[in-house]
Design a protein around this ligand. Sequence first.
Ligand code: ZN
Ligand code: ZN
Length: 596
Amino acid sequence: MKPVDKSTVVRALTEMSQYLQLKGENSFKTRAYDIAAERIQGTTEDLAALAAAGKLTSLPGIGESIATKIADLVTTGKMTALEDIKAQYPPRILELLTVQDLGPKKAKALFESLGVGSLDELEAACRDNRVRDLKGFGQKTQEKLLAGLELARRSMAAGGRKRLGDVMPQAEALLDFIKRAPGVKRASLGGSVRRMKETVADVDLIASAEEPAPVFAHFLTFLQISEVIGSGESKTSIRLKETDLQVDLRVLPDEDFASALHHFTGSKGHHIRLRGMALEKNLTISEWGVFRMAEDADAPKKGTAKHEGAQEKLRIREEKDLYALLGMQYVPPELREDAGEIEAALAHALPTDLVSAEDLQGNVHSHSTWSDGRNSLEEMVLAAKAMGFKYFTVTEHSQTSNYAGGLKIDDLKRQWDEIDALQEKVKGITLLKGIESDILEDGSLDYPDSVLEQLDVVIGSIHQRYSQDEDAMTKRVLNAFDNPHLHIWGHPTGRLLLKRDAAPMRMDEILDKAAKKGIVIEVNGCPERMDLKSEHVRMALQRGLKLSLSTDAHSVDELRSHVPWALASARRGWARKSDVINAGDLKAFRAAITRR
Ligand SMILES: [Zn+2]
Ligand SMILES: [Zn+2]
């Protein structure tokens, strides 16, 4: 038998609690399992050894009855009591508890009255209005459950991950809230959110204060909290409404802030490398700080607060101090993935001019009410001007995209008249005539050359027939690059985060040809796209390709709100200001899209 690890025990205890709640057992009994799960999670003891010695009850919070069940699991690989209770229910019933607003009481009612035992059955029952008619439910609850169901499915499919763009507004609101807590000196987001990964599993917040308790008390008054998962001396975890996101807040003395922030920003791969390098310099790095070791000491074990063997705690005021100790350049959070940044930082060859929001001078990809946008062209242009953009490229959908109000040739010509009239009226921003032309199945664009050649900027994008195989898709894109009027390859892989995978294509071959033909690669800032992904951005840059950072805005609001997601992909792909065509002035932009 494979030894049973701690997480299996924790999961079994949690499931026991859930099943007992479904049965309607009293909360005193079910809470005991939750508490036991929490305690086991926190223990560093060897459970198998304790079980063998009959000493599981020496752990705080573990009574005789639960100890017997844990012993059963760690010695036989099965918890008989859990298997017995599971057998009384449909196999997927616990799925129901992943739906927001659906607690064990409601789940019990749904199962006992309607036989609902899975998400699919819950959906069917809602659609037939059987849930609405159930006592204690009603129309409103039914609607809530349907919405929650959709969310639960999406996060299940993604292993609980969520899109960065969906998470960030709440995360930032929470950070602002924490900064206003009594006694807070510094506060920051950490984890994959800070590294701007396109999907994230949870949110880490790190704050410094002399007294953590008032900060945690303030944290728990945040209105969007649906559940308090746990709280300890230095950490409190909650779940948020709407996004159903777990947030861990850690509060530490200010002297530990930078090293804790660094620790909880990750990534794991990046840290492991740094810790190894530190050991060679007789240093240890952990969430508790950086220590210089005595010559013959062991590295401190996790959970030992005193750091036996540590001689001296070093002062880490900012994260950059930590890198400096290791003889490295500061590594921006977006680059901390152990993808070559450590070698580059050691050689002091890391780019120090990664593209930033202030660099962007032009908006290159946008839609208005001429196609499927929500604001008029004039509103879009005035908003772009107010944001400080110096040029603005009008790129509606093309005639094949009739589902998106694509423009026929006549429409396009009428739009040129409006653009000319608008340019007369609005000064201080240059309007460029463009199009987002569909790349058809065979790789051709959907306007004749005689039309394309009159445009300042032609973006070619795939919008239909994503089901082609890798070979057909690759050829389709390669053919499109042969069109001499194409300037920019729009949202290249067509991926929709958590919904649709990137279209299969041979990216090496495609980027090689783009480099040969002088095609610019778009990094699309729609939060559901973030396309191209950062690995491919790096591949493009290694070939000397230029990037267009686009908002693909369909409204005035998106002109602003989509910028961070384009920047995130570009920066994670190591893009510098000089790699981005709309980070230059109009003259440089025009030169950059000139085809070879
Ligand atoms: Zn598009
Ligand atoms: Zn578009």
